[in-house]
Design a protein around this ligand. Structure first.
Ligand code: HEC
Ligand SMILES: [Cu+2]
Length: 484
């Protein structure tokens, strides 16, 4: 049995079969590389196993087999328009409709039978390069697949580790920038240590023609790609993919394992979880384990496996500690830990606020938490954004910024009167002078709407936070235009 397999490999190499393209379900190529480690990895046994693929941030279950198997993995490339941020759409190119594509989980020594289908509605050919493959192009050489076709190839998972896969069809950076990446975990033969929770997070940089949060359908911007100046830097392909209702969760005392990757195409990630220390990090996704790590570097096209124990309840933020990306480009996730307080580890003694959200300025990416905020967001989008812009940065020479506005933050209550009665004359915002006119909205917006839109503005766009109440608006309205 063993001998037959070895001969088959030898013939495959001699014939150079692994270089042939495989289309339309043909099962031609075997990407089998270097001689196997002696006594280490046997031939596949038993009936083929159909890999169960789940949507991120979920991962397939741990493997409990103690023998190598043939694992059938079915991926489909799909080009689909969906939201990259609230109100912003983008034409993603994907594996199985998600960014990242589903995580593949196999055991060291398994033979993977990889089926790559390309949706008939695609406009592009796609292929796949898995960094877990030892063979030309990591599979790309044998998987170029036109729309409506399927390619199949085999590879043996020779080395345990966590690996990126991605499309490698020219122009490669464009296929990756549009979301064509995911990860494959090759578990070591003895398996991974047990973890209470496992999640799958992949960072990527996105290049849209208009600015951050500019609404509507955005197209891909080749110029920004070449400059490596992304509009968005995101976890799992969408701002808010891992926040609010979609936050990762844990319980006090649980161990959490994150399979973290960086699809790129350009940026390297300084991956950090605010308020946690990684007990174990499989550096670069390999077998070297480091301990007590604050921030781990994840190369573009690389990965890391991080493990932590969540000992204190609260909300912990997943960030790229190149921190502009978190606060101004969307690279933010949340890990919400529920359970009893742990005052022996962390407690307030006196003074300042307790919540981590109050300590950090609330990032623009923070999900809208409640109805008042949702209302404020709606009013902002329908009225204020027309002049002050969707991202609050204003327009030079015409409309002052509401984002990080020193004028607004100096005395937020004044803004009630601006919205009610309008504003004109010379003002200075962030050291730039404006002499223009803002219309009055007293007859158009009620007290609740004005209170909520101002609260929304104060808690977004990196402003200092705070609340304006409907009662305060009512009082200013009662005082009349002359009472300002
Ligand atoms: C038609 C355009 C327009 C709309 C719509 C508009 N503004 Fe303004 N806003 C202006 C202009 C122009 C100024 C500067 C006026 C000046 O130069 O004196 C201004 C100034 C401000 C300021 C003070 C300056 C600063 O940057 O902090 C605030 C606060 C403000 N607007 C909030 C809002 C809010 C909230 C809304 C939505 C309810 C809104 N504006 C809608 C045009 C507009
Ligand atoms: Cu592609």
């Amino acid at each position: 049995m063993k001998r037959t397999a070895t001969i088959a490999i030898a013939i495959g190499i001699v014939l150079g079969i692994s270089h042939l393209p495989a289309f339309a379900g043909e099962h031609t190529a075997s990407v089998l590389a270097a001689a196997r480690d002696p006594g280490d990895i046997g031939p596949p046994r038993g009936a083929p196993i159909e890999e169960t693929l789940v949507a991120p941030p979920n991962v397939p279950p741990a493997i409990h087999r103690d023998y190598p198997a043939r694992v059938v993995v079915r991926l489909e490339t799909k080009e689909i328009v969906k939201e990259i941020a609230d109100g912003v759409r983008y034409n993603f190119w994907t594996f199985n409709g998600t960014v990242p594509g589903p995580m593949i989980r196999v055991r060291e020594g398994d033979t993977v039978e990889l089926h790559l289908r390309n949706d008939p509605n695609s406009h592009m050919a796609h292929n796949i390069d898995l960094h877990a493959v030892m063979g030309p192009g990591g599979g790309a050489a044998v998987s170029v697949t036109p729309p409506g076709h399927e390619s199949v190839f085999d590879f043996k998972a020779m080395r345990a580790g966590l690996y990126i896969y991605h499309c490698a069809t020219p122009p490669v950076p464009m296929h990756i920038a549009n979301g064509m990446y995911g990860m494959i975990l090759v578990e070591p033969q003895q398996g991974l240590p047990k973890a209470d929770r496992e999640y799958y997070v992949v960072q990527g940089d996105f290049y849209t023609t208009d600015g951050y949060h500019a609404p509507g359908l955005q197209s891909f911007d080749m110029k920004k790609l070449l400059l490596e100046q992304p509009t968005y830097v995101l976890f799992n392909g969408r701002e808010g993919a891992l926040t609010g209702a979609d936050a990762l969760t844990s319980k006090v005392g649980d161990s959490v394992r994150l399979f973290v990757g960086d699809g790129g195409p350009n940026l390297v990630s300084s991956f950090h979880v605010i308020g946690q220390i990684f007990d174990n990090v499989n550096v670069e996704g390999g077998t070297l384990v480091n301990h007590n790590v604050q921030t781990t570097l994840i190369p573009a096209g690389g990965a890391a496996m991080v493990e932590m124990r969540t000992l204190v309840p609260g909300t912990f933020l997943l960030v790229d500690h190149s921190i502009t990306r978190t606060f101004m480009q969307g690279a933010l996730g949340q890990l919400v830990v529920k359970g009893a307080a742990a005052p022996d580890i962390y407690k307030k003694v006196s003074g300042g606020p307790v919540s981590s959200v109050a300590v950090m300025p609330e990032p623009a990416a923070m999900p809208v938490e409640n109805a008042a905020m949702a209302e404020g967001k709606r009013v902002f989008g329908q009225i204020c954004a027309a002049c002050h812009q969707a991202d609050g940065t204003g327009l030079p020479g015409a409309f002052p910024p509401l984002a990080m506005s020193d004028f607004l933050n100096a005395d937020p209550k004044r803004a009630i009167s601006f919205v009610l009665h309008g504003l004109s004359g010379k003002i200075t915002v962030n050291s730039t002078g404006y002499e223009s006119e803002m219309p009055a909205f007293a007859s158009q917006l009620n007290d609740d709407e004005i209170a909520h839109v101002l609260t929304y503005v104060l808690n977004n766009f990196n402003n200092k936070g705070g609340t304006i109440t409907p009662a305060e608006v009512k009082a200013v309205r009662a005082a009349g235009a002359n009472g300002r």
